[in-house]
Ligand binder design. Structure first.
Ligand code: UGA
Length: 471
């Protein structure tokens, strides 16, 4: 095994916690720092705090050995060679990223810097943050020779975070100094050399076939790579959503169109799934931050404003679909499947599903919602009330419903017993914001089925009645 490095990871959110256990998994010694004492205590006792595959297993393996959890950043700074900053960069008032947590961490690190360290920004940050971190550390009286700042953006997705970290498409190291680049290359060597993937207990994934490339760039380029990647993916989703609207206007089928586009290797088939708009803690915030950076630098990037506009419209269009299927909304009983911003996660931050539930409640609907993992978080944000209840499963949510809405792409929903769902509902109307079901199958099961960018289908019985009425 290559040389273990002493690593501090500051922040124990999705990126920080996953990075910490994964660095331990590839052989390093890690201290994970968070200023939230409660979080640190929970992690020390083995609570992962987030719903993420492989995380419980890795936390169990390394907790309090390969990974220690602490609130003491000063001590972690003194002990470690590399300090990764993975704290939140929430959206500020004008869309720009709020970097106050990053600055606070940089200043605190500065107070404990007595020997050479590489400070690595892993949070998603705007271009020039690297320089600001360097300046704040220098302003706190630290000699330039005692540290370097590098950028190492993270591209993991929630739901597949651990395997994304260990099997990345690429590792981007933005470092303007050789020692910093060399240290980061050593840290990632178990992945880039392929050594990790040969271990029998390694977590399997795409890189088991070919190790990931490490791309060395300038710090500024690395910062832009991250923002530009997220903005481009968001653009791809808004683009396909706009095309799906065109399909609806022409009775074409978005699945066929997306497949026809995606087979072009220059476009690729991924991120061409239409829906109710992107959400989550990254895309909305990062598109806004990237737009704001461009604005501040005098660069016209109005394309991003359009991306955001299409995304917001997509939710309104979905609400209009519900209205046109049910005529009036007040007093209607709606079953909602899915509250998380996407499947396989319990995260509801910027979830379009939550926005839609709020819009439907405002229209006077009564909602029975079910999500396999996100109900606890949803209840904290939208407590159960006379008009909103949380059901124990999809069938209970569907009971006596005037319509059922699919708002999150959980794999569990695809396997639902359609016959049971049909029997539970008052009117068998399904409005699917994630295109999880095959229209023909839904039709055969007696549903009116309305989805995104595909012609609506009606129960065979209704069609026969309509045909005989026309004779
Ligand atoms: C995203 C990026 O995919 C990661 O590469 C990045 O590291 C991460 O943000 C971040 O910056 O930390 P994530 O937010 O976990 O990851 O979720 P995605 O899987 O990218 O999905 C984002 C949203 O787009 C979800 O609401 C999802 O439902 C939606 N989506 C995705 C679509 O509507 N259509 C698609 O084809 C794909």
């Amino acid at each position: 095994m290559s040389q273990p490095i002493q690593i501090a990871v500051v922040g124990s959110g999705y990126v920080g916690l996953v990075a910490a256990v994964c660095f331990a998994e590839i052989g390093h010694r890690v201290v994970c720092v968070d200023n939230d004492q409660k979080k640190v205590a929970a992690l020390q006792s083995g609570d992962t705090l987030i719903h993420e595959k492989h995380l419980p297993q890795l936390l169990e393996r390394y907790r309090n050995t390969g990974v220690r959890f602490t609130t003491d950043l000063g001590e972690a700074t003194r002990q470690c060679d590399a300090i990764f900053i993975a704290v939140g960069t929430p959206q500020g008032e004008n869309g720009d990223a709020d970097l106050s947590y990053v600055e606070a961490v940089a200043c605190e690190i500065a107070r404990s810097l007595t020997s050479y360290k590489v400070i690595v920004e892993k949070s998603t940050v705007p271009v020039y943050t690297n320089e600001w971190i360097r300046r704040s550390i220098e302003r706190n009286g630290v000699a330039r020779s005692l540290f370097d700042v590098a950028s190492n953006p993270e591209f993991l997705r929630e739901g597949t975070a651990v395997s994304d970290f260990l099997h990345p498409d690429r590792i981007v190291v933005g470092a303007d100094s050789e020692p910093a680049a060399a240290l980061l290359a050593t840290i990632y060597a178990p992945l880039t050399s392929g050594a990790y993937y040969k271990r029998p207990e390694a977590i399997a994934g795409a890189c088991s076939a070919a190790p990931p490339p490490l791309l060395h760039t300038s710090a500024k380029s690395a910062e832009i790579v991250k923002h530009a990647s997220n903005a481009f993916l968001a653009l791809k989703i808004s683009f396909i959503n706009a095309v799906s609207n065109l399909c609806e206007a022409t009775d074409a089928n978005i699945e066929q169109v997306a497949r026809g586009m995606g087979l072009d290797t220059r476009i690729g088939p991924r991120f061409l799934r239409p829906g109710i708009g992107y959400g989550g803690s990254c895309f909305p915030k990062d598109v806004a931050a990237f737009r704001s950076v461009a604005e501040q630098l005098g660069v016209d990037f109005n394309l991003l404003t359009e991306v955001e506009k299409i995304n917001a419209e997509q939710k309104k269009r979905f609400l209009a679909k519900v209205r046109s299927a049910l005529w009036t909304l007040r007093g209607k009983r709606i079953a909602v499947l899915g509250l998380a911003f996407k499947g396989e996660t319990d995260d509801i931050r910027e979830s379009p599903a939550i926005d839609l539930v709020e819009m439907l409640l405002a229209e006077g609907c009564t909602i029975a919602a079910y999500d396999p993992a996100a109900m606890k978080r949803s209840m904290a944000e939208m407590p159960a009330s006379q008009h909103l209840c949380y059901a124990e499963d999809a069938y209970a949510a569907a009971r006596d419903a005037d319509a059922l809405l699919v708002l999150t792409d959980w794999r569990e929903f695809v396997a639902l017993d359609l016959q049971r769902l049909y029997t539970a509902m008052r009117y068998p109307i399904v409005i699917d914001g994630r295109n999880l079901f095959d229209p023909k199958t839904m039709q055969q099961h007696g549903f009116t089925y309305i989805s995104i960018g595909r012609p609506a289908v009606y129960p065979v019985r209704d069609l026969e009645l309509a045909a005989s009425a026309a004779q």
